[in-house]
Design a protein around this ligand. Sequence first.
Ligand code: DOR
Ligand code: ZN
Length: 426
Amino acid sequence: MKILIKNGRLVDPSQNLDDNLDVLVDDGVINAIDHDIQSSDADLIDARGMFVTPGLIDMHVHLRDPGQEYKEDITSGTRAAAAGGFTSVACMPNTEPVNDNLATTDYILQKARICGVVNVFPVAAISKGLKGESLTEMGELKEGGCVAFSDDGHWVSNGDLMRRALEYAGLFDVPLISHAENFSISGKGVMNEGFVATELGLRGIPWVAEDAAVYRDVALAEFSGSRLHICHISTRGTVEIIRTAKARGVRVSCDVTPHHLTLTEEAVRGYNTNAKMNPPLRTAEDLEALYQGLRDGTIDAIATDHAPHHRDDKNVEFDRALNGIVGLETALPLVLMLVDKGAFSLNTALAALTTAPARILSLPRGSLKKGGVADITIFDPEKQWQVDSERFLSKSRNTPFEGWTLKGRVSRTLVAGKTVFQDLES
Ligand code: DOR
Ligand code: ZN
């Protein structure tokens, strides 16, 4: 089956393209990209006024499946991804059971094949049960389809174990993804340490809890020569540590979330549990450093850390609320808002959502090159809409952006040439 996407503005950072170009898809594969393509037997998609980009890739989501399907499952999570313009997601292993074994990896891949509407790439745990004590069978898990290893939600505090993990994963050239937080420093903190925390009477998490963990992880990556990825970075210190490490040739990459780019600790006022996440929202100075990090290439990727939670996990005292927010269905317009504000360029934003995660996870995705899989996102950059979490395709509603008016709406998402989401209002 052929599909012809006409009249759109095609932006593909992998080919340095930003031009009015048509795309011809044949049998799920990119067949041609050119000016004014004609095809009599193709289904036509009119993308006038729209951007056409490689399908977005979210390298950090929590699908909660297996085990917490009341929060999200592979069906709802991948539908939410498609609605947000994502054609691929990498899912974190803190499920129940933990994805530290082949049976769980197989379950995720099989269920994704049957019920998922976008590509699902499992990330396996670094340590068994995320306990930080002994390593998982990394070779077997990689063979089984896992694309990276992470104890996300936990830092591998045992330096020797992290060293061995880096050395082991390095044999397969698979990255370790580190949730960089020194828990002996963050302790019982529930938000960023500073004036706001003091005013609210909440215990703080100082920036050094992250920076100290990043220093150690970078040192171990330098020592082992293996690939390290620091996820959801939040402090200006982390940006600087990674910048200098990259300059020295350390094989380190990192990502940042849309919410750490748009919100500060101020969002916690009113004890808003939908502004509680780990790492916590920081300060305006941190945001500026994160923008600079994206502009100069220190920060590679943007990932949502989509962390669905049930109402009952959030409708409690701030201290007791669980960490995390949903992100798949608001990520793109939030990033476009920052592009509009001049924080970084559109090309930088889209590279961080396509080429960079594809490169880090070694996925043959994130590009509209001829011959590649036709994972494509089409969005209207001007369309305004109001966030109404009741309309999310995710099962969870824990967003701090409720009621916000955002600009930029996904019109259509295609995975291997098949439409998996369509905005019926466009
Ligand atoms: O806020 C967070 N939520 N941070 C994490 O690292 C884990 C995540 C979750 O699983 O809910
Ligand atoms: Zn995390």
